[in-house]
Write a protein that binds this ligand. Structure first.
Ligand SMILES: NC(=O)c1ccc[n+]([C@@H]2O[C@H](COP(=O)([O-])OP(=O)(O)OC[C@H]3O[C@@H](n4cnc5c(N)ncnc54)[C@H](O)[C@@H]3O)[C@@H](O)[C@H]2O)c1
Length: 382
């Protein structure tokens, strides 16, 4: 099968821009994918950030104004990874230009921005848009999602998802845009980590009906450029307790988003416990999935049992990697892109896909409700 070439441009040549550029270079690892992406262009307002891309032969366009990419007919898809306050303008302009868009989270800085992006998508359905959330592409996460979807858990007792860092434990770490509401957004850590924890619950149909938010700003000042302390006014940690529904029956769903959770570096976790079964996965132990079931023990009766199994390397799209090998963050990025470009071609089928615009926009309603809940110390109905 000959794969269709899709020309990709990256806007924002920072941490994530480089990660995505590297993932695209690993594309031959995918087996039988209908698309062959070519990274042809990169944009950053900082010209020095573009130099890194010189090592990628296919990059022929380097610009400091993203609008030059929008009028370039050779570019099919943009990946945009810039400050949150810039998302609305850049996403809306990209969609209006008819380009495909894999948008970084959050989907706009707040609900108003998300609505403007949704309106642009409605007016320009030719622009295929998804939002970034790569952690559910870990094979163990896929295993857990499929296990829940199979009905093996029976009535759900409770579920929890979490994304945990300790990147801000060092209170002397300099201030950057991610720690300031004006650039990160009033939702703070929820804007940073919320899409990661809500992608799977929303895909499973677990939209929360009532939420109770517990928010913490733990480090309120950090050194600025000149070393003098500046306000660091974003929420560092957020826990949202909510009531959701599985097959019509309410259950408590807890989501945790933390920048200061000592011992964690980039831990994504999912756990769902039901009357008939349960499943747990954490990227802290990236090979293993834990599965709960009851077993009939001869002469003893029914016993409860947690089992562990190794999930191997295979995720949504098959790869040449040996099935028993390990999977990592960079693999999850490759799988997210495989899913995005396959779905854009109508070739994803029933496989798990990237976060949809409606899902990404819905997270803002949840964050706002969590903030209101925290301010009023009451549960908020959505
Ligand atoms: N999916 C993930 O796991 C993940 C991880 C980290 C960050 N992110 C998201 O990626 C986005 C960027 O984060 P980052 O960590 O890469 O940030 P970063 O600060 O490392 O990089 C951002 C880059 O954007 C450039 N930039 C700023 N304004 C621009 C403009 N108008 N046009 C072009 N370039 C511009 C900056 O010069 C910088 O090089 C954010 O939305 C963030 O939430 C996602």
């Amino acid at each position: 099968m000959s794969a269709k070439t899709v020309n990709v441009a990256i806007v924002g040549a920072g941490l994530m821009g480089r990660e995505i550029a590297a993932a695209i270079q690993r594309w031959p690892a995918l087996i039988g994918h209908p698309v062959r992406p070519r990274l042809t262009a990169v944009c950053d307002i900082n010209p020095a950030a573009l130099d890194w891309f010189d090592q990628i032969d296919t990059v022929t366009t380097k610009v400091t104004d993203y609008r030059e990419l929008l009028i370039d007919d050779s570019i099919d898809v943009l990946y945009i990874a810039v400050r949150h306050d810039l998302h609305e303008q850049l996403y809306v302009d990209t969609i209006k230009a008819g380009k495909g868009l894999l948008a970084e989270k959050p989907f706009g800085i707040d609900g108003g921005a998300a609505d403007a992006i949704l309106a642009a998508i409605s007016a320009h359905p030719e622009s295929f848009v998804r939002c970034s959330s790569e952690m559910p592409f870990f094979p163990g996460a896929q295993w857990a999602i499929n296990y829940v979807a199979s009905g093996a858990l029976g009535r759900i007792i409770e579920a929890r998802t979490a994304f945990l860092h300790s990147s801000d434990l060092d209170a002397t770490k300099p201030l950057n845009w991610k720690r300031q509401n004006q650039y990160c957004g009033e939702a703070g850590v929820m804007n940073d980590l919320g899409m990661h924890v809500w992608h799977v619950p929303l895909r499973l149909g677990w939209a929360p009906e009532r939420v109770y938010g517990i928010l913490q700003n733990i480090v309120t000042e950090r050194p600025g450029q000149d070393g003098a302390l500046q306000p660091s006014d974003t929420w560092d940690n957020a826990v949202i307790h909510s009531w959701s529904r599985h097959e019509g029956i309410e259950f408590p769903l807890t989501t945790e988003m933390k920048r200061i959770d000592p011992g964690h570096k980039n831990t994504w976790e999912f756990e769902a416990i039901g009357m008939d079964g349960g499943v747990r996965f954490s990227t802290k132990n990236p090979k293993q999935v834990e599965v709960f079931s009851t077993i009939d023990a001869p002469g003893i009766g029914r016993e409860q049992s947690w089992h562990r199994l190794d999930s191997g390397s295979q995720s949504v799209w098959p790869t040449v990697t040996g099935a028993i090998f390990e999977f990592g963050f960079s693999d999850s990025i490759l799988q997210m892109w495989a899913a995005y470009l396959a779905e854009r071609e109508g070739a994803l089928g029933e496989r798990f896909g990237c976060a949809r615009p409606a899902e990404a926009a819905a997270t803002h309603g949840i964050y706002r409700a969590a903030i209101t809940s925290f301010e009023t110390r009451t549960a908020v109905t959505l």
